[in-house]
Design a protein around this ligand. Structure first.
Ligand code: SF4
Length: 362
């Protein structure tokens, strides 16, 4: 894997018939395009999914005609819906060119109306992490900002919630979001806009495999989401074996990039560690993990994730006893650890399981 490949931000993301997507525009863009009517009103109507009943925003006929002439107003289409016994739902969405992506809707619990939406940023992924089904697909293309925003609007229209403050967004679906940073960041600008869904950056997390050039670029952008790092191994040899990105930017270089990230108030870095039996689950791994995190300059949380098994990988989750020993050892070393409850495993919706149906690996 060459650095030049990883730095190609804009792997083509199509603009249908040369028209920008209505969902990627901010109020100032509508104004600059000469939209008839108040630009802010048009933005508000376009960004509230509940205004899109019958696939039409609640704006005047004149504005609708203008939009139809100048903008791409197509939302992704739901082609499959898979409900998990744990209450989460995986939606398979078809994009305008026929490509498919997956997104997962995860309500907290029956008493809590808050919902986490796990969304995709690419069709497939170039990073090739060997434990991940999406990585087995390879990269097909980036999503446009309009497709990313449209994906969220479709999830909300179909499954709610209907109050934007109940939404948490995680870019942990298909793709490496920092490999499509321009479109991902434009989508975050739209999500964060006070007249749109107004989702605070504290409720938007971008998860990266360790694309250092992307971390450094994102660090300078505003608004800036919170960052999660998928670490998964504690030596360069082990990490390079399961995450090819480590052969370009090793653990030392990764730490350098993280140390330069200046966290906002209360912001914490999330470190994710997928536990794979016989790969990264020894007590020596736990020792190195504790040492690596202990040297991080910023506050952080450690999320351990059981390997979610799938047909595209031979890796297995560790036995419960092994997991418990690993956790106890980390705690004894002073680490604050959470074992993340995987959602949607029974419908292949859990972390690392998303893959284009019809792919030979499925
Ligand atoms: S874990 Fe993330 S970065 Fe790695 S292949 Fe899967 S989707 Fe891509």
């Amino acid at each position: 894997m060459a650095e030049s490949v990883l730095n190609s931000w804009d792997r083509p993301a199509p603009e249908r018939a040369g028209k920008p997507s209505v969902f990627a525009l901010l109020p100032e863009d509508f104004a600059a395009m000469g939209a008839p009517g108040r630009a802010e009103h048009i933005f508000v109507q376009c960004q509230h999914p509940w205004a899109w009943v019958d696939s039409r925003p609640r704006v005047s006929r004149e504005i609708r005609d203008w939009m139809a002439e100048h903008l791409d107003c197509a939302l992704p289409q739901i082609v499959e819906r898979h409900g998990s016994e744990d209450g989460s739902t995986k939606l398979v969405l078809a994009l305008a060119d026929g490509e498919r992506i997956e997104a997962v809707h995860m309500p907290r619990d029956v008493r809590n109306p808050r919902v986490t939406l796990c969304i995709s940023s690419q069709v497939g992924c170039a990073m090739g992490c060997t434990f991940c089904a999406t990585g087995a697909m390879g990269i097909r293309r980036n999503l446009t900002a309009g497709e990313i925003v449209g994906q969220v609007l479709v999830l909300l229209l179909e499954l709610g919630p209907d109050k934007p403050h109940q939404i948490t967004l995680v870019f942990m679906g298909m793709g490496e979001p920092l490999h499509n940073l321009d479109h991902v960041h434009r989508a975050i600008q739209v999500f964060n806009h006070e007249r749109g869904l107004n989702i605070s950056t504290r409720r938007i997390t971008v998860s990266t495999s360790g694309l250092v050039s992307g971390i450094e670029k994102l660090a300078k952008l505003t608004p800036r989401p919170w960052l999660a790092l998928s670490l998964n191994a504690t030596t360069d040899a082990a990490r390079g074996a399961v995450m090819p990105v480590n052969r370009v930017w090793n653990l030392a270089r990764l730490r350098q990039a993280l140390d330069q990230w200046s966290p906002g108030p209360k912001e914490k870095l999330t470190i994710e560690y997928v536990l794979m039996a016989g790969v990264n689950d020894t007590l020596e791994d736990a020792d190195r993990l504790a040492a690596w995190m202990g040297e991080l300059r910023h506050g952080h949380n450690l999320n351990l994730i059981r390997m979610n098994e799938h047909a595209a990988s031979t890796f297995k989750e560790p036995a419960e006893a092994r997991l418990a020993t690993f956790v106890a050892h980390l705690k004894a070393l002073g680490c604050f650890v959470t074992v993340r409850k995987s959602r949607g495993r029974d419908v292949q919706a859990a972390c690392g399981q998303l893959i284009h149906k019809g792919h030979p690996q499925v």
